[in-house]
Ligand binder design. Structure first.
Ligand SMILES: Cc1cc2nc3c(=O)[nH]c(=O)nc-3n(C[C@H](O)[C@H](O)[C@H](O)COP(=O)(O)OP(=O)(O)OC[C@H]3O[C@@H](n4cnc5c(N)ncnc54)[C@H](O)[C@@H]3O)c2cc1C
Length: 450
């Protein structure tokens, strides 16, 4: 579901707990919880308009044709899909439906296909070019409002309505609620619109976005729109039309402009995925290079468990596992660490994110990972983040690592980013792993604050 304020019914929930090509679940507990909350909210919105939501379990290409024939329906409405697996699934459903029309509404992008500055095949390879082409045009984004009334379900369909599955029924267990979460919000359109209102009009956090966006603690350092954007509870066009309204009243500044630029990144990755399809998921990515590492060893597991011995990386990975969210700064640091320091196959990192992120979106996730692995849209060959330098710059008082790594709380603050400098015996008693090698590039930052 994506794109408009009100997705269409019915919704099928089937592949959630399937494994992806890397042996990881396609959806973990945090995103599943968020999705179930989103569906519950959607059901409420539909009922208010005289309709209802039917959630069916199973493969879409079996469930939907069966429903169509059972109720003698004459058309199926859905949203345009951007990613190859989902496009293939839609093609299977369409084939199975035979003569029944399948109509696709535009996906939850900012730009419609006809508003792109070029054809999809001519999409610029580099973001700055895409941005300058788009910014030259004066776009007005007018999101469609949800209709006040919708048709009732066909007769007899009410009998099929069942309560939404629980997380345990989906084989996922219940997530613990974590007070330190940077995303303490619920799924669904009402929660999304409340956050939009708050970030733009009440707290006006957007006014300082450019200065705060590299933060890692709390809900206010960035907009947190991504989980709702990813599952269609929030329309990208609504975000920008509200942003424009805000700018008209309170004036535009660097921060409001930067939020627009980040939303353009989202569109850039989506249209790039549309253009390149499955190439984005290959080790050699868009560059089709043979040089990408396909190594996978114990260090990957240590990375997933937040047990590498590099505190900033471990803290971020533990936040992800505990809450389903990680800041953009954290994502860049842990991805670069896996790719460049641990020299592991980047696709396994992307697949780990796919399972765990509450805001997982195929284009943004695989696009950013490929970019950092040097096989995506980055004109530079190797974008290496020095993890210790990042720690000194973005967590100067070690507040973030202290929040997520309780075993380091008794270590003197000055050593919390470098516990590997403590004597080996001391680290063992703390139960924190010893780094095997201190990279040469960290030496200037070992004792110094950036
Ligand atoms: C390795 C890696 C994996 C990522 N995986 C995802 C993912 O699966 N889903 C996802 O939505 N984002 C992903 N991102 C992008 C970015 O980290 C998140 O969109 C952002 O952190 C979400 O928080 P926010 O909504 O508060 O963002 P804000 O900073 O408030 O930005 C506003 C919106 O702009 C868009 N945006 C911002 N940065 C990016 C970016 N680098 N690429 C694409 N869109 C962006 C998002 O829609 C975001 O909601 C990834 C980034 C990296 C480095």
């Amino acid at each position: 579901m994506a794109g408009h304020d009100l997705p269409k019914q019915p919704v099928t929930v089937g592949r959630n707990t399937q494994l992806n090509d890397f042996g990881m679940r396609r959806m973990g507990v945090h995103r599943a919880r968020f999705l179930l909350e989103s569906l519950a909210a959607l059901g409420g919105e539909l009922r208010q308009r005289g309709s209802n939501l039917l959630v069916l379990m199973g493969a879409a290409d079996e469930v939907i044709p069966k429903l169509v024939s059972q109720f003698n329906l004459d058309q199926v409405l859905t949203l345009e899909e951007m990613a190859p697996d989902e496009r293939a699934e839609l093609a299977r459903v369409t084939r199975r439906l035979g003569n029944i029309a399948v109509q696709q509404a535009p996906a939850n992008n900012l730009l419609r296909r006809e508003e792109l500055p070029c054809t999809v095949e001519q999409m610029p390879h580099v973001f700055s070019r895409f941005r300058s082409l788009v910014e030259d045009r004066l776009h007005v984004f007018q999101p469609q409002s949800a209709p006040a009334k919708l048709p009732a379900l066909p007769e007899g369909a009410h009998a099929l309505i069942q309560p939404l599955p629980t997380l345990s029924q989906l084989g996922l267990g219940e997530p613990l609620s974590v007070a330190a979460s940077a995303f303490p919000f619920s799924g669904g359109e009402p929660a999304a619109l409340a956050r939009l209102r708050d970030y733009l009009w009440q707290s006006q956090g957007v006014r300082h976005y450019k200065e705060t966006r590299n933060g890692m603690i709390g809900s206010e350092y960035s907009s947190k729109f991504s989980p709702w954007l990813a599952n269609g509870s929030l329309s990208a066009r609504r975000v920008i039309s509200e942003l424009r309204r805000y700018e008209a009243q309170h004036a535009r500044n660097d921060s409001t402009h930067w939020l627009w630029v980040e939303m353009l990144w989202r569109d850039f990755f989506r249209w790039t995925l549309m253009r390149h399809g499955s190439a984005l998921f290959k080790a050699g990515g868009l560059k089709a290079t043979e040089n990408a590492s396909n190594r996978l060893d114990r260090r990957f597991k240590d990375w997933t468990r937040g047990q590498t011995g590099m505190p900033l990386v471990d803290a971020n990975m533990r936040e992800l596992a505990a809450t389903g969210f990680m800041s953009n700064r954290g994502r860049q640091v842990v991805a670069s660490y896996l790719i460049n320091d641990l020299q592991q196959d980047w696709r396994h990192g992307a697949a780990w994110f796919e399972e765990h992120l509450i805001d997982y979106d195929p284009a943004s996730n695989w696009g950013n990972w490929a970019y950092l692995a040097g096989v995506g849209n980055d004109p530079r060959q190797n974008r290496v983040f020095n993890a210790l330098r990042q720690a000194r710059t973005y967590d100067p008082d070690a507040q973030y690592v202290t929040l997520w790594l309780p075993e380091l709380r008794d270590v003197p603050q000055a050593l919390r980013h470098t516990p590997f400098l403590l004597a080996g015996g001391h680290l063992r008693t703390l139960g924190y792993p010893q780094l095997t090698r201190i990279p040469e590039s960290w030496k200037p930052y070992l004792h110094q604050v950036a």
